[in-house]
Structures are given as structure tokens and as C-alpha cells.
Design a binder for this molecule. Sequence first.
Ligand SMILES: Cc1ncc(COP(=O)(O)O)c(C=O)c1O
Length: 284
Amino acid sequence: MSRPPESRRALWLNGRIVQGADAALSLFDRGARDGEGLFETLRVYRGEPLDWDRHMERLVLSAAELGFPVPPSPGALRDALGELLRVQGLVEAVARVTVTRGMPGGRPVRTGAWIEVETSASRLWRGARTGECRVILSKRPFHPGAIGRYKTTSRLAYSLAREEARAAGADETLLWSEDGEVLEGATSNLFVVVEGEVRTPPLARGILPGIVRAWVLAACARLGIAAREAVVPRRALRESDEIFLTNSVQEVAPVSAVEDHPVPGRAIGLALEEAYRERVARGG
Ligand SMILES: Cc1ncc(COP(=O)(O)O)c(C=O)c1O
């Protein structure tokens, strides 16, 4: 029987490069036991991670707010990422940096930490490649709760929502609250365009403060496009001129259909996608 690709992939784990098959975490690590971990997923373009400082700021601030032990420094993690990219021979990649809450009562107080890299192409949604994403609404309502604004490894609710998209042959699942507000995608932030105005659900709803979400709001201000945080009721999905999703892997991804309902336009989403790509080409 052939070994799964994960077992042959090199990873960086707690200070050294290991093969996937040997990458083991103690069962007593809170990350392994109880999903007490934080992670960042980001793109590497031509060997350089985009928005490294912003991702590290989110990771370090989240770790501090949630009472994690001290994670490795962003500089040490950057060196580790560089080493791993060299070992894997990758220049266009998706990188994931994970830190765990370590051992209960453990001293010295350091998080567990590892880094994975893989080719970007293997991670792109079909709709992100064609510029025509298809999305569905989750079957059940979703509560981000007190930790929804952190990128934690407690992913079960998000993973089940992602599986709904896979089962439906869609690119992403939109999560909505019991009050009927659409909040975000299972792995992305949501934008709608209504009467020329770009709207995105408020961070105050407990959703993830996406790095690309923040870039889009700043880019709209620069490009003279009206944009603001606003509640997005479910019915707004049928009334929007445009819908697009953002995350650090898929970039800016225009949506062409919500379930069976076609979304009429793509102009603003495409303009923002182009501006994002120009920024990537400039190196950030
Ligand atoms: C639930 C959720 N919302 C939003 C995002 C987008 O975040 P970012 O733009 O920082 O990649 C992600 C990213 O994976 C996510 O998991």
C-alpha cells in the first residue's frame, strides 16, 4: 500500500525539520487533547510570505489574549519557514503555522509549534481559479461564540460546514446566525455589493478579522469605492449586485451563484482581485 503524501512531506516541528510520518505531538499537549491551538494560513509568492507581519501579529496577540505560553518569535518562525521551503523546493506555496497551548502545568512555558507547506495549486478552489465561485448556505445556524474572532484549531463547526460545500460540489459554505444574519464563510470573509456600496458583516458579530478583509476595506478607501461594515441578512444574498469572498489563500474570489441563484455582477470584485494581484506582483 502506498504511503499517504502527508507522511512523506517535510515539516518543521519544535525547532527541527522532520518527515510527516515522524511528526508527533504528545497526547498530553493541549493542542492534541482539546484543540487548544492557534494557527495562521498564508500564501508564499516567489519564496516570500505575503503579509507575514500581519499574520504574526494576529497569532501573537491571540496567544497573549488566550493565555497561551509564549510562542516562538516571529523571526524564528520566519527562519523556520524559509528552511522548510528550501527543503521542500517550493516557491509558490501555502504555509500553515500552528502553535498549541502546550502541556498543562508545563515548564518552561513554551507553546508547541509546527509549520507545514504545500503547493498553492493544490489548495485553490475551482471557482477561485475560474473567477466564478459557487457557494451554499449552511444547513444549520452558526454561533461564532467567544472564540470566533481567533483562528483556533477548534475547527469542528467550520470543518463540518466545509464538508457541506464539498458534498454539494460548491466552493464554500456561508455561515449564518439564528437571527438570519450571514456572518462569514467556513474559511473566508464575505462581501456583498448593494447599490454600488461594498458591505461586509461587522467584526462585532464575533467573526474572524481576516487579513484580506482588512486589505479590501483599505483598498476600497484608496480606490474611491464606498465600503462599510453592515449586517448582511440572508435575503440580501438574493438582492446583491455582487458577492465576493476573501481569504489569504483564495485572495479575492467573486461568487457567481448562491445555491441555484445566479449573482448578476462581478465588476467590483474583479477590480479588487486585480488590485490584490498587482500588490502581490509588487511584493506586498
Ligand atoms: C472562518 C474564517 N473567516 C475568515 C477567514 C479569512 O481570513 P484571512 O483573510 O486572514 O485569511 C478565514 C481564513 O481561513 C476563516 O477560517
